[in-house]
Ligand binder design. Structure first.
Ligand SMILES: C[C@@](CO)(OP(=O)(O)O)[C@H](O)COP(=O)(O)OP(=O)(O)OC[C@H]1O[C@@H](n2ccc(N)nc2=O)[C@H](O)[C@@H]1O
Ligand SMILES: Nc1ncnc2c1ncn2[C@@H]1O[C@H](COP(=O)(O)OP(=O)(O)O)[C@@H](O)[C@H]1O
Length: 301
């Protein structure tokens, strides 16, 4: 690694509320998407190179595309195009966030590569410009840059930061294989049929619970409109959710579009107990423990 490398650390997310409106003419759905950044991280390192190249390491590395469809490559190309320069970097992704798991790993890499290239190239781009590029890359990418807790409106890209009054302890059960986000939204529409869909709104009780740092109150208020669709496409998630509930989790839910399932615990110690029980249950591929809220994309070296 040369002295010119820049490394950015970017967290995963869990959606503590995901309220989904009806389909829009552009194919997206309006959301009230309450994001919480949690301490599972990808690290994105950019180094000057002859031309754009991507490598990836980590347990799920074989599932990450290494061509121009990778969100990190798209981020580098978008920033380079805006500043009239070549995207001549080697991007290395040290991936710890489960792939296609509903934890925004690809979005994290997009935000990470953007911030890393910006620092390496010294573009002087404003925060607003970076957020604009993030929104072009994907609905969840702006949140990966910002982190903490935030309400995402529109398709999730219009962020309002939220206060959190304490740390929330989570357990994540990683499932075998991924779920396609567009397929889960389509299944949500199919299950809803002709029903009238109200405009999505953030729950006041949920925002109060975040502000108070109260896990029991948060557990009572969490919701995910994509959960029935994820379970419809992957019925085995029911068994994982039941195993976490039996183990004493305060709340058990699908993380975003899934198939990762998320369990809120009352303390770090409780989280370890839930994690042990999930590991023993044989209902998932891997179990991770992480707390949030944590900071968004951050230059670490
Ligand atoms: C569901 C959520 C919850 O945070 O994330 P995941 O759980 O998959 O990580 C997000 O809405 C995913 O955001 P992201 O993965 O960035 O989606 P995008 O790349 O913008 O869009 C991919 C596809 O998802 C669908 N999509 C996405 C966002 C949205 N508000 N409405 C949609 O219908 C569309 O079919 C779109 O073509
Ligand atoms: N840097 C990246 N890391 C992971 N997946 C990526 C990346 N760039 C593009 N993708 C694609 O995005 C899809 C969604 O992956 P990911 O962002 O991890 O999940 P989710 O959208 O469920 O949070 C993957 O199947 C993969 O094809």
């Amino acid at each position: 690694m040369t002295a010119e490398s820049v490394t950015v650390r970017v967290p995963a997310k869990v959606n503590v509320q995901l309220a989904v409106g009806g389909p829009r003419p552009d194919g997206f759905h309006d959301l009230a998407n309450v994001f919480l950044a949690v301490g599972l991280y990808d690290e994105v390192t950019v180094t000057p190179a002859e031309s754009l190249r991507i490598t990836c390491s980590g347990p799920d590395a074989d599932q990450v595309p290494l061509d121009a469809s990778n969100l990190a490559a798209r981020a580098a190309l978008a920033l380079a195009a805006r500043y009239g320069r070549a995207a001549d970097v080697h991007i290395h992704i040290a991936k710890d966030i489960p792939v296609a798991g509903g934890m925004a790993g690809g979005s994290a890499d997009g935000a990470g590569a953007l911030l890393a290239c910006d620092a390496l190239w010294g573009t002087g781009a404003s925060r607003e410009e970076l957020l604009e590029i993030c929104a072009e890359l994907g609905s969840d990418v702006p949140f990966s840059l910002v982190g903490g807790a935030a309400l995402g409106r529109g398709r999730g890209e219009l962020l309002t930061p939220l206060e959190t009054g304490g740390t929330f302890d989570w357990v994540f059960a990683v499932a075998d294989g991924g779920l396609s986000t567009p397929a889960v939204y389509r299944e949500c529409d199919r299950l809803r049929g002709e029903a009238e869909i109200p405009a999505p709104e953030a729950s006041e009780a949920l925002l109060d619970a975040l502000r108070a740092g109260d896990p029991a109150a948060l557990a009572a208020a969490v919701s995910n409109d994509l959960q029935p669709a994820a379970i419809s496409l992957r019925p085995s998630l029911e068994a994982t959710l039941a195993a976490g509930t039996e183990a004493g989790a305060l709340a058990a839910m699908v993380s975003g579009s899934g198939p990762t399932t998320a369990f809120l615990a009352g303390s770090a110690g409780e989280a370890e107990k839930v994690a042990d029980a999930l590991r023993a249950s044989g209902t998932c591929r891997a179990v991770r423990v992480a707390a949030g809220a944590v900071a968004g994309a951050t230059v670490v070296g």
